[in-house]
Design a protein around this ligand. Structure first.
Ligand SMILES: [Zn+2]
Length: 259
């Protein structure tokens, strides 16, 4: 029998020899973050004056920091107070070769008591009935789709998200589950709706209605840095859970989700 002092280095050498893939560089997954609205399009407005475009950008910046710390590469679709047409936002993510597209918004409802977070993925038809009012608000600034270089290119662009709907639903569920925990809500499910901003995304894509800006308490929370950090950490956790669940491509499987 080998003395213990010799056995240990020998075993570690064996273990090292068995896992050569740990030495290979793992490509970083890229997340495109879209802050809703911007410029003249202010989005919804809270009773104390907070604008959705500003709150969405604050969340996106905090989320970008958290995702970066979790090892993801982040692409911000909108960095400042400018308006980018809805049709162009997913194209920016496509051009950047992003692996996920997350559009951040704030909800608004006539019922001031409405609260909490809702995660949506694209519906190719009119979607869930109770989402119609939200869709009308979010699609308001879309205008008409710019003409593509050809009819075929236009159809492909418009249908890009169709191939990713299953993964988009899984992403929506993963993020919604975490947000439910943050809000202490047990059973809120994901919703499907025809958001223009998601249509051309050639990657799994979701739209997060992060909180209700129309709810006084939630409007106040959205100005609180500690809450923004919690929200960002929660969405980041959802993204990590999504990748940990195993996705369709080899590239996504290759990521180290143990961090
Ligand atoms: Zn919005």
């Amino acid at each position: 029998m080998l003395p213990r002092i010799l056995l240990i280095p020998f075993l570690s050498l064996l273990a090292w020899g068995q896992s050569p893939q740990t030495a290979l560089p793992v490509p970083r997954l890229k997340i495109a973050l879209d802050a809703g609205h911007g410029g003249d399009d202010t989005g919804a407005k809270g009773s104390k004056g907070l604008l959705e475009k500003d709150a969405a950008l604050s969340i996106v910046k905090e989320l970008g920091t958290h995702l970066g710390e979790a090892g993801f590469e982040v692409v911000l679709v909108r960095r400042g107070d400018t308006f980018i047409p809805l049709w162009d936002r997913a194209k920016i993510a496509n051009a950047a070769g992003a692996d996920l597209f997350i559009s951040i918004h704030l909800n608004a409802a006539r019922a001031r008591s409405a609260k909490g977070s809702e995660v949506y993925f694209l519906s190719l038809d009119k979607g869930d009935e109770d989402a119609a009012a939200v869709v009308a608000l979010e699609n308001a600034g879309a205008g008409t789709q710019p003409a593509a270089d050809s009819v075929v290119a236009g159809i492909l662009e418009d249908m890009a998200q169709k191939a990713y709907l299953q993964d988009s639903e899984r992403l929506a569920v993963a993020v919604q589950l975490q947000l439910n925990r943050l809000g202490g809500i047990k059973e809120r499910g994901v919703k499907q709706a025809p958001f223009v901003v998601l249509r051309s995304a050639a990657m799994p894509a979701v739209l997060v209605e992060s909180a209700f800006i129309s709810n006084r308490k939630e409007e106040a929370k959205l100005k609180d840095k500690a809450f923004l950090k919690k929200l960002a950490a929660t969405i980041t956790q959802g993204v990590r859970r999504y990748f940990a669940g195993g996705a369709a491509t080899a590239r996504r499987k290759a990521v180290d989700t143990s961090r």
